[in-house]
Write a protein that binds this ligand. Structure first.
Ligand code: G6P
Length: 477
């Protein structure tokens, strides 16, 4: 039985089948996985996650009795994983219906409120599935946990799990951590009252509830006070006879680990290809999941405005935009992907010449290529309309070999760590973003170097191991 457990919807790896039907492993994507990956092994943690596709479900079945899969040697530092083979319909309703279409939209303020959200019979079915799904995690964690073990539960998908787990295992020390923003109370109130109540009390059953920056913690405290009538004193919430500490743990990157990784042959080979592509031009880079909150379309519009207003950059700059597929089961994401592709096509039509491709949009996920691109970037654009932290910004400033200038949204949690060195923008302000791109491209070398020092200090201040260790220590591990 484990003394330390982690739980998240997406685990550190996913499975796929090769041409001959054999299973192979890939690294999971997203900020949460990047954050926890390096830290899990130190604690000999068991990481409970959902089997997200058919190959994952097959791997979970083939793991046999314990359900645990040994993933040592897959960039994962040997954490032990238990993948839950949840029934596909339950998973679909919980993950797509509630977690992605409702909770993600809520915390990132993504609803077009003229038409969404709608809470009707369909949502009631999805919510019932969400309850079952969170219960499956609680059951697995209860089985895996040694007496008085520490359990660290991550993200909006598992908002109800702390209370369910507390109910069956009152001996455990339970923490919940959100890698996303938290919605302000007036937006959170879009939810039906009973749902809002269950989500808040689900989390408050944990001993600690954690966020990436004070702004998101304050929003959660506001929701507890306004919607539950809970007593909030400093960072402590008292409600229904229980007390919960609300803590802030900023997450940085593991600079030494990243530098080791970029010295590997797969990254170096991709860096050579990109170097050829960029030539002696300046490189503006962005790397995102294709996700509305990442604001890719406005980011590309800002690049178009730069090229319109500063023709001196024609032929002297290349914008590499990596926009990896995400959540394609949802029509909103498919439409957004099409909008990104359309904007990219318009830029090409307007500016491309036989000897200059102003924009290269890549949509297939290639982690070593992302790392290679950081090495070569002169400017990194991170312009989300809202983001819990944004680790792309932090990885980029650490790895750039060219003292990159960072254009950073004031709505990303990362701004509290990097704001001193970045060019901070309002993500809705396309003209302001275009102006920041010009400033970044024109920045004198000494200023770039001075800003870079601040950026690297901010990006590396709380590496993942320290970040998780801080949370586990708070829980008494
Ligand atoms: C963010 C969230 C994670 C999520 C990831 C990818 O990092 O905080 O919880 O796993 O995005 O999203 P996905 O829906 O593909 O798991």
């Amino acid at each position: 039985m484990a003394r330390v457990l982690l739980a998240s919807n997406r685990g550190p790896v996913s499975f796929a089948e090769d041409g001959s039907g054999d299973l192979f492993l890939r690294r999971g994507s997203g900020g949460l996985v990047s954050g926890l990956m390096g830290a899990a092994s130190d604690n000999e943690a068991v990481w409970v996650c959902a089997a997200l596709g058919d190959a994952d479900r097959r791997a979970a079945r083939e793991a046999g009795g314990s359900g645990r899969i040994d993933i040592a040697g897959y960039d994962t530092d040997g954490a032990r994983v238990r993948m839950l083979g949840i029934d596909p319909m339950t998973l679909h309703r919980a993950y797509n219906g509630v977690a992605n279409r409702t909770l993600w939209f809520l915390h990132h303020l993504l609803f077009n409120t003229a038409t969404a959200p709608v809470f009707d019979e369909r949502f009631a079915r999805e919510w019932a599935a969400f309850v079952d799904y969170d219960e499956a995690f609680a059951v697995a964690l209860a089985e895996e946990a040694a007496p008085c073990a520490v359990v660290s539960i991550h993200d909006y998908h598992l908002s109800l799990t702390p209370r369910m787990l507390r109910h069956v295992r009152p001996d455990l020390r339970i923490g919940h951590f959100s890698h996303t923003p938290w919605a302000p109370a007036m937006y959170f109130q879009l939810l039906p009252d009973s749902i809002a109540h269950d989500l808040l009390t689900g989390l408050l059953a944990a001993d600690t509830v954690g966020f990436l920056c004070q702004r998101w913690a304050d929003a959660f405290l506001e929701c507890c006070a306004v919607l539950l009538g809970a007593r909030v004193e400093g960072d402590t919430v008292s409600h229904g006879g229980g007390r919960t500490r609300v803590r802030v743990h900023s997450l940085g990157v593991d600079a030494a680990g990243l530098r080791r990784r970029v010295a590997q042959p797969d990254v170096l080979a991709r860096a050579a290809v990109l170097r050829e592509l960029v030539g002696d031009r300046k490189l503006i880079l962005r790397i995102d999941r294709t996700e509305m909150s990442k604001n890719i379309v406005r980011g590309l519009a800002a690049y178009r405005e730069l090229l319109r207003s500063h023709p001196e950059w024609h032929g002297r700059v290349v914008h590499l935009a990596f926009a990896y597929p995400s959540r394609h089961d949802l029509p909103e994401y498919r439409e957004y992907t099409a909008a990104v592709q359309q904007m990219a096509g318009e830029i090409e039509d307007e500016f491309a010449t036989p000897s200059w491709a102003p924009l290269v949009l890549e949509v297939n996920d290639d982690y070593p290529r992302s790392l290679a691109a950081y090495l070569l970037a002169d400017v990194l654009v991170v312009n989300p309309i809202r983001d819990g932290m944004n680790l792309v910004a932090k990885e980029g400033v650490v790895l750039s070999e060219r003292d990159l200038a960072l254009v950073l949204s004031r709505e990303a949690g990362a701004v509290y760590d990097l704001g001193g060195g970045a060019l901070v923008i309002n993500p809705y302000d396309v003209s302001g973003t275009a102006a920041a791109l010009h400033t970044a491209l024109s920045m004198p070398a000494e200023e770039r170097a001075a800003r870079r020092r601040l950026l690297v200090a901010g990006a590396t201040a709380s590496p993942p191991r320290q970040w998780l260790a801080g949370q586990l220590a708070e829980l008494g591990a």
